[in-house]
Design a protein around this ligand. Sequence first.
Ligand SMILES: O=C(O)CCC(=O)C(=O)O
Length: 258
Amino acid sequence: MEEIAQLRRDGFCLLKGVIPEGEISGIRSDIDNAMVAGLKAYNELDWSAVTHMLSLAPYFADARLLSIVRTMFNHATVRISQTEFKSVPPRSDPPAWRGFHTDWPHDLTDRSFCGRVNQPFPDMIMSITSIWMLYQFTPENGATWVVPGTHRELTNPRGEKDGIDEHSAIPNERQVCGDAGDVVLIDSRIWHSRGANTTDETRTSVVARYSPWWLSTEYGKRNAAFVPTDIFDSFPQPLQELYAHRRGKRRPVQHFPA
Ligand SMILES: O=C(O)CCC(=O)C(=O)O
């Protein structure tokens, strides 16, 4: 599959048409309308954001997407470790703005205390971030920036000793543009950033992070965000498999960095 080859080589790929065209506008309004309540439920009650994405969530178990993720992890059992609202509001940030980083477990700032891999990163994939385009992604509205091939770099935009300005353009960077219903997959180690939105529209989007069965998701607020049992039990079965570790509330384990 071309997407797997690109994900291995470049650290990212674009999956076209994961959400059927006729479903997109309804799902987009559901996400736009649920975001404030979803963030409140996460912040105050530790509910996973998936609880407020019920029309979109079944697509997280899309067969083509899961076959890529399983091949990349070389195992059939994968989990969704983190789920987030990622819309970019209208008129946000000047066009030159960047916020380059790598994602959990390679997130060097680790603000949610989920645990992180320290530099130098081992040369192996440990998570895949999926970015769901619920609105067309364009250079004007904040399409995701990536720096191809950086998933195998030992330096990092947030590496304390690496001297890289995470807020500036990086040579060879490019924006991943696509249509509503497409999904960007990135190796969590690739240097990436959302873009500035200079339009009057919201760039509606969502992130779900896939992790292999062996990676601990017990640490930190973001990983431990849970799905109340009645909501979990209403999920279609393939989606239940991806969130099975988050059915019902459990206390997150605290991670104390050394
Ligand atoms: O929203 C985007 O375009 C990028 C998302 C991102 O940087 C992240 O989830 O870590």
